[in-house]
Write a protein that binds this ligand. Structure first.
Ligand code: GYE
Length: 327
């Protein structure tokens, strides 16, 4: 039953490390050197970014935001690598970034564990790490300078509070994200802390629409009494809608759906009354990430954590709100 410590605990070890690693960054990147072997020239900050995949609308929006901010015009030479939700691909990309001697490594870890070796290698290289979105659980001391992302545990709690207030008798099926990912572990903890006694079954849909649909098809058989699904992201919830409708039931009524993310398709499902409640997880933080990276390279202090702000939405949302959604 050992589960990773909370975000706060896991990130607590970071205080004070920023300055030291940032100095390392400075000497390894120092203006004149930056880009000298990459052909991009100038004083561009060379960033290796390992994105974990393209599994969801959230991820697509996040990638677009990162790419829109880490541009040459903004002073960055970005090497962006998509790992297709495979940890081994991420580890390979991270090692490539070390070999390229980039100025900063940023990455969004697909799951929390299994990074010890490569994080130690990066640390030995002196390249500072900026952790993005998901969290790591590692024995390496001070493995990264700073982390930016959402408070997943609070998102789960917010979802649980809606259920406690609006559906206190519901029989809940939990559609989990990628098992072992920070987003799954912490959303599950937050939700179950509030309404764990209402959860009658769980299965993972790996954060994708197709696997979400398959998991709910199986759950409809295994748990015929379920009448509410808490899904760890919108895409799996959209897959759940397909499975529920195919079974001749009405999503949002026969089986309520509470989701996380708030991408446009998810909010559209809310307007269409197929979703009942959505906790936002805001993927648009490329500008904040760019600013953090700049500070790390300049040797300035950075906060140990930057928590991106989230809202939540119920069925009072309007079509105009959805149409105005940028992602
Ligand atoms: O909620 C989900 C994506 O880590 C916050 O990953 C991210 C999650 C997001 O696949 O849609």
């Amino acid at each position: 039953m050992s589960r990773p410590a909370s975000l706060r605990t896991r990130l607590a070890a970071l205080v004070g490390v920023g300055a030291v690693l940032a100095l390392g960054a400075c000497s390894s990147s120092g203006g004149a050197d930056a880009g000298s072997d990459g052909g991009s020239g100038g004083d561009l900050i060379r960033v290796g970014f390992s994105q974990l995949g393209a599994e969801s609308g959230w991820r697509t929006a996040n990638t677009e935001s990162v790419k829109a901010s880490l541009t040459e015009e903004n002073g960055f030479d970005l090497n962006f690598v998509d790992a297709q939700q495979k940890q081994e691909n991420q580890i390979k990309a991270l090692r490539d970034f070390v070999a390229q001697d980039v100025d900063v490594i940023a990455f969004s870890p697909v799951i929390e564990t299994g990074w010890d070796e490569v994080l130690q290698e990066i640390k030995d290289s002196g390249i500072p790490v900026v952790l993005v979105d998901r969290t790591v659980d590692t024995s390496v001391e001070d493995p990264f300078v700073t982390w930016i992302g959402a408070d997943f545990e609070q998102e789960g709690r917010t979802a649980g509070e809606w259920v406690a207030e609006n559906a206190p008798d519901a029989k809940v099926f939990e559609l989990q994200g990628t098992l072992g990912s920070g987003a799954q572990v912490d959303r599950e903890k937050g939700f179950n802390d509030v309404v764990g006694d209402q959860v009658i079954g769980k299965a993972s849909g790996n954060f994708t629409r197709a696997e979400g649909r398959t998991a709910v098809e199986a759950a409809l058989q295994a748990y015929p009494e379920m009448n509410l699904i808490f899904t760890h992201n919108d895409d799996m919830g959209l897959g759940a809608i397909e499975a529920i409708e195919a079974a001749g039931k009405v999503p949002g009524e026969d089986i309520q759906i509470v989701s996380v993310d708030g991408v446009r398709d998810g909010l559209q499902a809310l307007v269409d009354k197929k979703f009942n409640f959505v906790v936002e997880c805001n993927p648009v933080f490329g500008d904040q990430l760019a600013e953090l990276i700049r500070k790390v390279v300049d040797g300035e202090d950075v906060p140990e954590t930057t928590v991106v702000e989230d809202k939540s939405f119920d069925q009072t949302i309007t079509q105009a709100d959805v149409d105005a959604r940028p992602y």
